[in-house]
Design a protein around this ligand. Structure first.
Ligand code: 4NP
Length: 157
């Protein structure tokens, strides 16, 4: 299998995209594909750079056996040369990533995708931002992502 690279992107890079990254890593480890992928996550915003993922998301993920280890960073021009898949959590992330690409005339190496295009169980076309909501929002994000991230992996390999 040719090496593939995947960057999951949300707004703050402390809730949804680190969760998507952890779910993806867990799946490729289980399938024995870990050497075939470079995986990372980033935010379109830079408010939380260097921070661990939100405690509430780490706790919700831990309950289902997932460890979220990433530190927040902001997407940058180089990412469009490194990652062949850039995967947005919602429409706004998708628009912001696309705008960054066209504003800076960046390489076409990356395809920009929306994770919910790979869903099969849940109807939501976007992963809802859980940051300002209650704890159950984090569990719901994980439920949605377990479905769509698995669909994404099955589509690309
Ligand atoms: P995320 O959630 O995009 O899933 O990481 C958010 C985290 C922080 C903020 C917004 C969304 N914020 O406004 O600080």
């Amino acid at each position: 299998m040719k090496k593939q690279s995947v960057l999951f992107v949300c707004l703050g890079n402390i809730c949804r995209s680190p969760a998507a990254e952890a779910i993806f890593i867990n799946l490729i480890n289980k399938k024995g594909f870990n050497n075939n992928f470079i995986v990372d996550s980033a935010g379109t915003g830079g408010w939380h750079i260097g921070k661990k993922a939100d405690n509430r998301m780490r706790k919700a993920a831990h309950k289902r056996g997932l460890e979220i280890l990433s530190r927040a960073r902001q997407i940058n021009s180089k990412d469009f040369e490194i990652f062949n898949y850039i995967v947005a959590m919602d429409d706004s992330n998708f628009e912001n990533i696309s705008a960054l690409k066209s504003r800076k005339s960046l390489s076409d190496f990356s395809s920009i995708n929306k994770i919910q295009n790979f869903r099969s169980v849940f109807e939501e076309t976007e992963v809802p931002d859980p940051y300002f909501g209650g704890d159950d929002g984090f569990d719901h994000v994980l439920d949605i992502l377990e479905d769509s991230v698995s669909g994404f992996l099955n589509t690309i390999c």
